[in-house]
Design a protein around this ligand. Structure first.
Ligand SMILES: NC(=O)c1ccc[n+]([C@@H]2O[C@H](COP(=O)([O-])OP(=O)(O)OC[C@H]3O[C@@H](n4cnc5c(N)ncnc54)[C@H](OP(=O)(O)O)[C@@H]3O)[C@@H](O)[C@H]2O)c1
Length: 414
């Protein structure tokens, strides 16, 4: 499945498009989904947004207030949002049948951003949270009479079998996805993913499986698979450094490293003895804009949503930020980072856990290049934004947080 070449010109003004859309958004209380919800309600004048929330409407609003304390009331005041109580692990997402009937009549776009982003969940649990719900939603959406787009938020790290270098915006051929799914459901765990390659964590294996199954089982659905790389805090919307606690893996790493440094040894390829491989982070508001731009532009297929639409920074730059803002106790040494191609020397525990540190994938963002100079509410142009300063300030804030936690005797969960 390659990204379709668009025939539609990029519209400079997204409002006429979004004013006509009724959107069903899952994960709207999450880091990415919350930012998408903010954009849809506050910046794009979307006709209506059904937002799936767990538990109750009140819990949904409280989740939103946690991440957007000063914006939630404004979002609600637009009267564009209808909360839909449900759970993605249930049949029909547990949605009230009357609401589903109404949605079947009105929804034009589905954006599925809900997931469990835990990297430690076992495979079966990951399938329950991150694969079966996508397939269930495709079935639900098949009754949506006006549906023009089904967006599945996947991850850029689905292709662990690929060597370092360019990763294209496409589904790479793999093995029998149906067989693998039933093996995981029956046996609980499999040692290798599709095409017989191993994944460092179940999360990436299951997202890969889901992409394949979504497309193979739903040939007539107009699917956009958005693959973010590592989501970072927002540049400016809903507000600078917006995030949901724990949902920005780069920030989690920085904070945990500052709290409990390890040996600082990273296995890298011999091409990057100084850690010059890419550590691909994208601010969440850029990510939201890229996804919304492709929805507006009618893209189908796979898109990368990463530093290719922002600024490609290296692992060494991330580490320099840690060195610059490391909250030192008296007598403690500044952390040191070493990049070794000799894999006989054990790497540190963070590198060992999140095996992407040493990779140097260059996620193509060719499909988004045409948006780079666009102005307006979905602009991804950076103007005078300085990525180095922005990420450095992110790290300084995390360092301050570490100091605060230390003085109150709390430490981050590893
Ligand atoms: N964060 C990243 O760096 C990153 C990178 C690549 C791809 N992605 C993908 O991007 C998407 C959004 O990630 P995120 O960072 O926004 O995640 P997040 O902040 O953890 O948010 C997850 C969202 O999913 C909802 N959710 C989880 N389980 C649910 C269930 N059983 N029923 C209903 N809702 C449920 C959560 O609702 P509650 O508020 O009720 O918990 C929350 O709204 C995910 O598909 C993720 O895999 C993320």
């Amino acid at each position: 499945m390659d990204t379709a070449v668009n025939t539609i010109d990029v519209s400079p003004d997204p409002l006429p498009f979004f004013r006509k859309q009724t959107i069903f958004l899952t994960g709207g209380t999450g880091c990415l989904g919350g930012c998408i919800l903010y954009k849809l309600a506050m910046k794009l004048d979307t006709a209506k947004i059904y937002v799936l929330v767990r538990g109750s409407r009140e819990r949904g609003i409280s989740q939103l207030k946690d991440i957007m304390p000063n914006q939630t009331d404004d979002i609600l005041a637009t009267k564009k949002v209808q909360f839909v109580v449900g759970d993605i692990t249930k049949k029909n997402f547990g949605i009230d049948p009357a609401v589903l009937t109404e949605m079947a009549r009105t929804v034009t776009i589905v954006i599925h951003s809900a997931a469990s982003i835990s990297l430690t969940s076992p495979q079966q649990e990951c399938v329950r949270n991150n694969c079966l719900p996508v397939l269930e939603l495709a079935t639900i959406a098949s009754s949506f009479r006006k549906l023009s787009k089904f967006v599945f938020v996947s991850t850029a790290y689905v292709n662990h079998h690929l060597p370092d270098g360019v990763v294209e915006e496409k589904i790479y051929p793999a093995g029998d996805a149906e067989k693998l799914l039933s093996q995981i459901i029956q046996m609980g765990t499999v040692s290798k993913g599709l095409a017989g390659y191993s994944h460092p964590v179940p999360y990436t294996l299951v997202k890969n499986l889901t992409e394949q199954l979504l497309v193979s089982r739903n040939p007539s659905l107009l699917v956009l698979i958005a693959r973010p790389t590592i989501i970072a805090p927002a540049i400016s919307q809903p507000y600078p450094y917006y995030t949901r606690h724990g949902s920005c893996p780069g920030s989690n790493y920085v904070q945990r490293y500052m709290e409990a440094p390890d040996s600082g040894i990273f296995h890298v390829s011999s091409l990057h003895p100084k850690g010059t491989n890419i550590f691909d982070e994208v601010p969440v508001d850029i990510a939201a804009n890229v996804i919304l731009l492709h929805i507006m532009d009618g893209t189908t297929g796979v898109i990368h949503v990463g530093a290719g639409s922002y600024v490609r920074r290296t692992l060494a730059q991330l580490h320099q930020d840690i060195i610059d803002h490391f909250p030192r106790r008296s007598n403690s040494r500044c952390p040191e980072f070493r990049y070794l191609s000799d894999k006989r020397v054990a790497q540190g525990r963070y590198a060992e856990f999140l095996k992407i540190f040493g990779r140097d994938w260059n996620f193509s963002s060719a499909a988004s290049q045409k948006f780079s100079a666009l102005e307006g509410p979905l602009s991804i142009a950076l103007g005078n934004h300085d990525a180095g300063k922005f990420m450095g300030e992110r790290t300084r804030r995390l360092g301050d947080e570490v100091v605060r936690r230390r003085s109150s005797g709390v430490s981050a969960k590893l």
